[in-house]
Structures are given as C-alpha cells and as structure tokens.
Ligand binder design. Structure first.
Ligand code: NAD
Length: 288
C-alpha cells in the first residue's frame, strides 16, 4: 500500500531546506523545520520572512495573506527527536558533505518512527552512498529540488536498488501535491538529469571567463541570444549562490580545481556570493 504523507520534517533550513519547508507548508502539509542550533534557527526565521515576501509577490497561491499564514504555520526546532516524532516524510537538506549526511542519518535512524520515509536533497551524492546509514534502505531515496523551487519546480526522484516501489510512488505523489513536476529516474545517476546537464555547462562557462577568453556578460549574452534561453550561465551561478559550485569544482580534477580557486579569489573571498549577498557576477541592489 502506498504510504500517506501528511507530516513533513525538513532537516537543514539553509537555501534549499527553507524553500522546501515553505513550499510544503503552502500546500497544506504540517511542516516542522529542524536546524542544529538556536543561531541557525534565528537565520531560518530571517529566511522564512524573506521567502514570505517573495512568495506573496511571485506565487498566486500565496497571495491574500496566505504567505504570512504559511510562515507562521512552520514549526521550528533544534530538537531532532521532537522534530521527527510524527514525521511521515523527512526531507534532508543539510550541507553537501558525506560525513555530515551519514552522521545525520545515523542519528535519525535512532529517533525517527520505523515507517518514516527519508529523502535526501543531495545534489552530487548518490543515495547508495548514504543508504546504509539510514537503517531503512527500503524507505530511503533522493528527492532533488532546484533552487527557487516555486519557480523552477522540478523534483527529481531517484531511488537505490533497495528502495520500495511504494515509497518511490508516495514520494512522486508528494512532489505533485506540493506543486512540483516529478522527474522519475529509473536508476542512479550522479547529478540526476538536471546537474548532468548543468554542471558541464557551468564548468564550460567558468572556463571561458577564468581563462580570459570572454567576460561573464559576453558569455551570458551569447547563450541567451543564440539559444533563446532566458538566463545565461553566470546568472544561473548567481541564483545558485557561488558556494555550491565552488564545492563541486573543488572536488573535481585539476582543471575544475583551478575554476574553484578562481571563484574563491575573485568572488567568494570578496563577499560576492550571488543574489543572496547582493552581488556575484552581477549586482542585485534590491537583495536583502
Ligand atoms: P546551506 O548551507 O544553505 O544550508 C545547510 C543547512 O544545514 C544550514 O542551515 C545549516 O545550519 C544546516 N546544518 C548544518 N549541519 C547540520 C546538521 N548536522 N544537521 C542538520 N542541519 C545542519 O545548504 P543548501 O544550499 O541549502 O544545500 C543543502 C542540500 O541541498 C545539499 O545537499 C545540496 O546539495 C542540496 N541542494 C542545494 C541546491 C542549491 O542550489 N543551493 C540545489 C539543490 C540541492
């Protein structure tokens, strides 16, 4: 029987976790958001406030005060056992570091109810890398969102060979229920569909700018005019935030590591982190 999902807990209230929590609460699910400390929860409050404004402006369903109602409906806690005690589904969006992910699942395995489904939002790790830490490989899979989930609303669903098909189906249904377009992967692929396309694309763009071949603006202009795409690669970098691509590049080969170093010295070290910090490759005067 396909499990029913009503209560959803999000682990990690950073860029993606806060968006997943907000989107899920907006669609009527009971949402608890967990983070590791009171300081992190204070930051989460700020993120939810900003998201409330963005949703009110950009998402028709969130108009007429619904965005603020949604914000107030999200329960915030730094107590893991309390956060997950009633969860049907846990969506994990903690930092993209294997050790942190594994430790998180080991702790979760001890405190979450036996029937709770675990989903990782990891962009670069395979669920098979993590599944043994979950203590419930049948109820574990990846559910991968894209940044600005209310707008770029794909949700890639990817199990391991151990994932129960009922669990897979329940998570596909959940994705639909929160306004996503589920993208089902039939087997594990690092980078899913989206990042299998996006990472080499951003890599090529960074190579052009870091190698002194063309300015970021020229690269974006070329891509937009010649393909009709609405955004160029450097606009995408800014939306993602430069830390995530930096982490991905720094785990690559020598060429990628040069790109990581370039991102760090020219942008990240200067506080240019992308849209969220008000400046990246472009400036965003309206950003908080
Ligand atoms: P982030 O750094 O913005 O947020 C991570 C959050 O996790 C922070 O709030 C941090 O306090 C919290 N945290 C740290 N250690 C923790 C722990 N042990 N337990 C619980 N919470 C902990 O990161 P992010 O960009 O939101 O990425 C989170 C996950 O989402 C990663 O797996 C990443 O690959 C994935 N993802 C990110 C994007 C993106 O565009 N940023 C897109 C898709 C998927």
């Amino acid at each position: 029987m396909t499990p029913t999902i009503r209560n959803v807990t999000i682990l990690g209230t950073g860029v993606l976790g806060s968006q997943i929590a907000f989107q899920t609460a907006l669609h009527g699910f009971n949402v608890t958001a967990y983070d590791i400390s009171d300081e992190a929860l204070e930051e989460a409050r700020g993120r939810f406030k900003t998201l409330s404004g963005t949703y009110a402006e950009e998402v028709p369903l969130a108009a007429d005060g619904k965005a603020e109602e949604t914000r107030k409906a999200i329960t915030l806690t730094s107590d893991l056992a309390d956060a997950v005690k009633d969860a049907d589904l846990i969506v994990e969006a903690v930092p993209e570091v294997l050790k942190i992910k594994k430790e998180t699942y080991q702790k979760l395995a001890e405190v979450a109810p036996e029937e709770t489904i675990f989903a990782t939002n990891s962009s670069t790790l395979l669920p098979s890398d993590i599944k043994d830490s979950t203590g419930r490989p049948g109820k574990f899979l990846a559910l991968h969102f894209a940044n600005r989930i209310w707008q770029f609303n794909t949700a890639e669903v990817m199990g391991t060979p151990d994932t129960d098909s009922d669990v897979f189906d329940a998570v596909v249904q959940f994705a639909k229920d929160i306004g996503m377009v589920p993208i089902e992967l039939h087997k594990e692929k690092a980078g899913y569909v989206l990042n299998s396309l996006l990472v080499p694309f951003l890599n090529a763009a960074a190579g052009l700018a870091a190698g002194g071949y063309a300015e970021p603006e020229a690269v974006d202009t070329t891509w937009k005019i010649a393909t009709g795409a609405p955004l160029g690669p450097f606009q995408i970098f800014d939306i993602i935030g430069l830390t995530t691509p930096y982490n991905i590049f720094s785990h690559g080969g020598p060429e990628e590591q040069k790109l990581a170093e370039w991102l760090k010295t020219e942008y990240i070290d200067k506080g240019k982190m992308g849209v969220a910090s008000g400046e990246g490759f472009y400036t965003y005067p309206d950003s908080e």
